[in-house]
Design a binder for this molecule. Structure first.
Ligand SMILES: [Fe+2]
Length: 242
């Protein structure tokens, strides 16, 4: 009846919000995310409007770019947090990282170095966008045997990704986190198509905003209006359990 009523009145069912987001670049000036605290506030305002109450922001840690390390990222967060509170924001706001898988990161995993994680030892990582890294499976093995719970960022955006490879990653203990903007074709039609396929195969474990700037944040409303988003939020996403 509600659906018939909505159809007759033309009113749209409100998009189900997600409580937590754990992929964004909101520590000012330390990666290719927001350059200033003011822009971080603008993005956070939008995320609050979209229904989020908990943010775990994830600056890039890449050997060859930005110069970030687990400790420098934590220090930058500790410097920003009082600024955020001073501006009147009382939302839950934590820090983790988006690690880029390269030889250096792999060696750190082999040496059992401590990584920045969130929740129950969740670790967000990304890979080379074009070809599958040779050490990907061994890296995952290292992480899982050390008690980490790896999450691969935006699997739909890697050129080497297929539904079969996505399933294999999940079988190895990796959670799949889609970028929300993929659902509106922001990164192109093939990426949108794979994203929808992963949702409809029930292989999506989390959604991430991956907000780098205000333009990303502005598009989230459009994402929430898509049918693919409505189907994704019916899955048992990690976004509900943090
Ligand atoms: Fe990211």
């Amino acid at each position: 009846m509600a659906n018939l009523f909505s159809f007759l009145t033309g009113s749209k069912k409100a998009a189900r919000p997600l409580p937590a987001d754990f992929h964004s670049h909101l520590i000012p000036g330390i990666d290719d995310g927001v350059p200033t605290a003011e822009e971080a506030f603008r993005v956070i305002d939008r995320l609050l409007e979209r229904g989020y109450t908990k943010l775990i922001t994830t600056p890039h840690i890449m050997t060859d770019y930005f110069g970030n390390t687990s400790s420098s990222v934590t220090e930058a967060y500790q410097a920003f947090l009082p600024v955020l509170r001073e501006a009147g924001y009382d939302l839950s706001f934590d820090i983790a990282a988006e690690y880029y898988l390269d030889e250096n990161l792999y060696q750190q995993a082999l040496r059992k170095e401590k990584f920045l994680t969130f929740g129950d030892r969740y670790l967000l990582f990304e890979t080379n966008p074009i070809s599958e890294p040779m050490m990907l499976k061994e890296f995952i093995f290292q992480l899982t045997t050390q008690g980490y719970k790896p999450i691969i960022a935006h699997p739909e955006r890697y050129q080497f990704m297929t539904p079969e490879k996505a399933q294999d990653l999940r079988d190895r203990g990796v959670l799949l986190q889609l970028n929300m903007l993929s659902l509106i074709g922001y990164y192109g039609p093939p990426i949108q198509k794979l994203a929808v396929k992963l949702i409809d195969s029930g292989m999506v474990d989390a959604l991430g905003s991956d907000c780098h700037h205000i333009d990303h944040a502005k598009l989230l409303e459009k994402v929430q209006a898509t049918s693919a988003y409505s189907r994704a939020v019916e899955l048992p996403l990690l976004n509900y359990r943090l």
